[in-house]
Design a binder for this molecule. Structure first.
Ligand code: SF4
Length: 377
């Protein structure tokens, strides 16, 4: 099973915390769509013999495109790739784009999963983040979308400055009130060169402490588990049958092609990433040159990635797989490094699988870093 990710590099305005690749001018939209279609064609040989099970429109803000434009891209995928009968087709969408008319159009298109960037139901949080939507739009779009889509995910951000535990609880409860089957939730991080970083530097904003952020995660985890969700990845909660197939494929090291500026690709051997500049991307594709850099992964890189992604998920890491794929030394090393975390009840071994405990899940990145292999040849 393989996936295709299509990056739509346009946003209405820049959120203060965001370091993704996007442009707030839509001037090059037509040329970009043409280039995306052409890149799909140029790269079809990479997936010969593969079947595409998921198509994911991410960004940026894919919902700024007209539904017909998205359908055109889906048709291109079908034209050049072997797609399963019922692929998961996800569109990331922002509430301010989801009018009733747009939701009806999307529901009539092949898109069968919406990932909506709610982030918060509170005006003060949305303003602080400089989101393009307001609290009313956040609620209204969910009311409408849930009438026409069964498979909906929303994004919520925790660990925001001045976000009390009570306000965070209200956010989670509001989300649960819409009976949606999937929630992706991330801690706000202060990325370099963002407006948020400048506010922090100037002393205008004090980021939430690690303790507050962990408290938010714990509340989220407990509340969603009690409501029938699985925390199948540290930032992703889904009801059974509603895990994101696209993201699960990433975490299970399946192949994917990333189309568009800044999009990443993985073919099992190497990682590639496209240039993160819209005009340069378009120009290069027009000249039939893929604007991509690649890095061939060493065994150590692959082991480290497997440990990193595995410990963040419900699937953990298979010790047999480590031994078979990377060699017995890697397995011995992983177990030796895992020892202290097992004693602290942050990791446990379940048969052949090394996993984080409920308590260890939030600390998965730090634990994984301790299991990374550095110099062993
Ligand atoms: S809408 Fe998404 S991609 Fe665009 S600026 Fe905001 S967070 Fe970043």
């Amino acid at each position: 099973m393989s996936g295709i990710y299509i990056h739509i590099p346009f946003c209405k305005q820049a959120c203060h915390y965001c370091d993704f690749h996007f442009s707030t001018t839509m001037g090059k939209k037509e040329a970009m769509l043409k280039a995306l279609c052409k890149e799909l064609e140029l790269r079809k040989a990479e997936f010969s013999g593969e079947t595409v099970a998921t198509i994911y429109f991410g960004g940026g803000t894919p919902s700024v495109l007209k539904t017909g434009e998205i359908e055109q891209l889906i048709s291109k995928v079908r034209e050049h790739y072997d797609v399963v009968d019922l692929p998961e087709i996800t569109l990331e969408a922002n509430p301010d784009d989801l009018s009733e008319e747009k939701i009806l159009q999307l529901a009539a298109s092949p898109i069968n999963r919406l990932s909506i960037g709610i982030q918060s139901f509170f005006e003060e949080d949305l303003k602080l983040m400089n989101r393009a939507h307001n609290a009313l739009e956040a609620e209204k779009c969910l009311q409408l979308a849930s009438q026409h889509f069964d498979n909906i995910s929303i994004d919520l951000i925790y660990g925001m400055p001045n976000m009390t535990l009570d306000r965070w609880k209200q956010n989670i409860d509001k989300a649960l009130g819409y009976n949606i089957p999937h929630i992706s939730s991330y801690a706000l991080t202060v990325e370099p060169k963002t407006a948020l970083a400048k506010f922090v530097e100037d002393g205008l904003i004090t980021p939430a402490s690690d303790e507050e952020t962990q408290e938010h995660f714990n509340l989220l985890n407990e509340t969603l588990l009690a409501a029938g969700f699985d925390c199948y990845e540290i930032s992703n909660f889904g009801k059974p049958g509603y895990y994101s197939k696209n993201n699960s494929a990433y975490w299970q090291q399946k192949k994917y092609i990333g189309i568009g500026p800044s999009a990443h690709s993985f073919d099992g051997v190497q990682r590639g990433w496209n240039i993160n500049n819209n005009p340069k991307y378009i120009k290069s594709i027009e000249q039939n040159i893929l604007p991509m850099e690649v890095e061939v992964l060493s065994s150590t890189d692959k082991y480290n990635e497997y440990v990193m992604t595995g410990l963040r998920t419900i699937w953990g890491v298979s010790l047999t797989r480590i031994s078979d794929e990377f060699g017995p030394k890697y397995k011995e090393y992983a177990l030796m490094q895992a020892d202290k975390f097992i004693e602290e009840h942050l990791l446990f071994v379940d048969g052949d699988i090394l996993k984080t405990t409920k308590k260890g899940m939030f600390l998965a990145d730090g634990i994984a870093a301790d299991l990374f292999m550095l110099n062993l040849k």
